[in-house]
Design a binder for this molecule. Structure first.
Ligand code: SAM
Length: 263
């Protein structure tokens, strides 16, 4: 896959981090043909240098080379509380929340180029200048590009559910990711999740509940919490609700105590 956009400044250089403990052989997405329509190609050309951050890849175009790093000060021109979205899709949540919070910075990891292109248009229309998109596997990005405690917030909204049991290992939310996220969140930092699939909601609750460095926030006896009011309704939520499914929100915080961070 060739990433067909021109990049602006090289935002990829930085110190080396050799931590490869979380490296996964299985990824949570299927590599699909990244065919973009004309307006998406136009968005990439027009807005790519503003919003896209290119990172060094490893063996595949969505991998991230171990030893990479992000210079957040250079990318955003400041250091502000950082939110990362795993699978930012067409940027609906990023555009809405980032525009409402100019005092914060946001990074979306997304592997599907047509969605990336659509997100650039959406971010531009919303006037959100405090967002960058990285075309890479979010798990690899969290592992290789961010350091312990770098993250103020992480979002995982409507992740691909991978229903079949033999595909559960592809679910982005898994014990390795939970451990990795716990290490990247600052103490007290938040992980917000939502899904319209009950079995994935239960899975997420069990996986995150088993991670000692994470603790549930504001959840009821069933482990779920009220819908995050700032989260706009995306087409995935609309589709789930139209099909009669219940949307579940989850909220966890990095423990302040001796259990975290893992490093
Ligand atoms: C069902 S969509 C949801 C998009 C968005 N979160 C929303 O609520 O509108 C899931 C997205 O996650 C992306 N994705 C899946 N695994 C990913 C990964 N490991 N890294 C980055 N993006 C990923 C897919 O390409 C897809 O766009």
């Amino acid at each position: 896959m060739t990433v067909q956009y021109r990049r602006g400044n090289d935002h990829s250089a930085g110190a080396h981090r050799g931590d490869d403990r979380f490296r996964r052989g299985v990824v949570s997405f299927v590599r699909r043909s990244p065919r973009m329509n004309t307006s998406q190609e136009h968005a990439m050309t027009r807005l790519g240098s503003r919003y896209l951050v290119e990172v060094p890849h490893d063996t595949t175009s969505t991998s991230v080379a171990p030893g990479s790093d992000l210079d957040l000060q250079q990318i955003f021109g400041r250091r502000a509380p950082l939110t990362v979205e795993i699978g930012s899709g067409s940027g609906d949540v990023l555009a809405t929340v980032a525009a409402a919070h100019p005092e914060r910075d946001f990074i979306g990891f997304e592997v599907y180029l047509p969605s990336v292109a659509s997100s650039l248009t959406r971010l531009d229309r919303a006037g959100a200048r405090n967002v960058r998109i990285i075309v890479a596997d979010a798990a690899a990005g969290l592992e290789h590009l961010l350091g312990p405690g770098d993250l103020d917030e992480l979002w995982t909204f409507f992740a691909d559910p991978w229903h079949k049991k033999r595909h559960h290992k592809r679910r982005i939310v898994n014990p390795d990711l939970a451990r990795l996220v716990a290490s990247r969140l600052r103490p007290g930092g938040l992980w917000r999740l939502a899904t319209d699939w009950q079995d994935y909601a239960d899975w997420m609750r069990d996986v995150l509940g088993a991670e000692p460095a994470l603790e549930p926030v504001g959840s009821g006896p069933d482990g779920y919490c009220p819908r995050w009011a700032e989260r706009p309704v995306t087409r995935y939520e609309r589709k789930g609700v139209a099909a009669g499914r219940t949307v579940r929100d989850l909220l966890y915080a990095r423990a302040q105590g001796p259990d975290g961070p893992h490093g």
